[in-house]
Design a protein around this ligand. Structure first.
Ligand SMILES: [Zn+2]
Length: 316
């Protein structure tokens, strides 16, 4: 084989991002389509297979890696369930794709595999211990220990979003209360924005949601903050504070060299990260707090898709 090429797929709740990548993480071809998740697993898998065929047309592949927006049994290649992909219960995605493509196929949770993407293609080569945290609608992430993706016993390691941060906190969709993502995600940001708007606060957040309070989300708060809105800035700082509280736990437990914050809410940059870093300095143990750098993730929306491609080269 002349060159090592692989396909990475980011199977998300709203988009399917598929790339053909080389071993250095250079993207040679891309296919970006809507998931249309409401149509169910069969239709979504069909679109995924077509996207892979599209980017890999005429190419000899080493394999295919998939990062899926759901809980994955990586050993068996099964998406066990997903809050973002309706109807996905114990879907043997790896074997289904295998029937179409006779080559090694790997499946992993999207945020977990994003950690691998950042580690392989977004980090300095001296980084061996990395925590990646994705802050979007919820919070997910992945753990790299001594240069290897850490899966845990059942493959579910890195579900940071469900760490208990406030034992009396808000209800989480997972059934627990006070999980990290109920306090430091886009969902938390929009919930607090709606509460404060209903209390009568003056803000432009509503303007960024088309004047409809039911349409207020993390993005509308970010857009308002960008325009200098006082409440939006205050809410992002509060989210950053809670982000920092969770990071204290991760920094104390894992003693990483680098902690990268990705996901849609991380686009706001220092507005979110500065208060988070401040909390880590105040609360974490001195040794791990001194050792860690906390920064915005480098690969943006491609961390999952490149991590999925890297799954192939790491496993072969
Ligand atoms: Zn939870």
């Amino acid at each position: 084989m002349s060159e090592k090429l692989m396909v990475g797929v980011d199977l998300g709740g709203s988009k399917i991002n598929t790339v053909l990548a080389d071993a250095q993480g250079n993207i040679r071809a891309r296919d970006l389509i809507d998931t249309i998740a409401d149509e169910g697993p069969d239709a979504v898998i069909g679109r995924t297979v077509e996207a892979i065929k599209h980017v890999a047309s005429g190419v000899e592949l080493l394999g295919i890696g998939v990062g899926a927006a759901g809980a994955c049994d990586t050993a068996h290649g099964i998406v066990t369930h997903s809050p973002n992909l309706p109807g996905w219960h114990n879907i043997p995605l790896r074997d289904i794709i295998q029937r179409e493509f006779d080559m090694p196929i790997y499946l992993e949770n999207d945020a977990t595999v994003a950690a691998l993407g950042e580690y392989c293609f977004g980090c300095d080569p001296d980084i061996e211990n990395l925590i990646y945290v994705s802050v979007g609608t919820g919070i997910g992430g992945g753990i790299i220990i001594d240069g290897k993706l850490y899966h845990g016993t059942s493959g579910s390691a890195g579900e940071f979003g469900h760490m208990t941060i406030d034992i009396n906190g808000p209800e989480c969709p997972c059934g627990n209360i006070g999980c990290w993502e109920t306090l430091a995600s886009g969902t938390a940001l929009s919930r607090e924005a709606v509460r404060r708007i209903r209390e009568g606060e003056t803000t432009t957040i509503l303007d960024h949601a088309g004047g409809d309070i039911d349409e207020v989300n993390g993005e509308s708060v970010l857009a308002a903050a960008d325009g200098g809105d006082r409440l939006a800035n205050e809410l992002i700082a509060l989210t950053g504070y809670y982000l920092g509280v969770g990071l204290v736990n991760l920094v104390d437990i894992f003693n990483p060299q680098l902690t990268l914050i990705g996901g849609g809410i991380s686009n706001v940059g220092a507005l979110l990260l500065a208060p988070a870093i401040e909390v880590v300095k105040q609360r974490a143990f001195k040794l791990p707090a001194d050792a860690v750098r906390i920064e915005t993730a480098r690969l943006g929306t491609d961390s999952t898709v490149l991590g999925a491609a890297a799954l192939v080269s790491k496993n072969i």
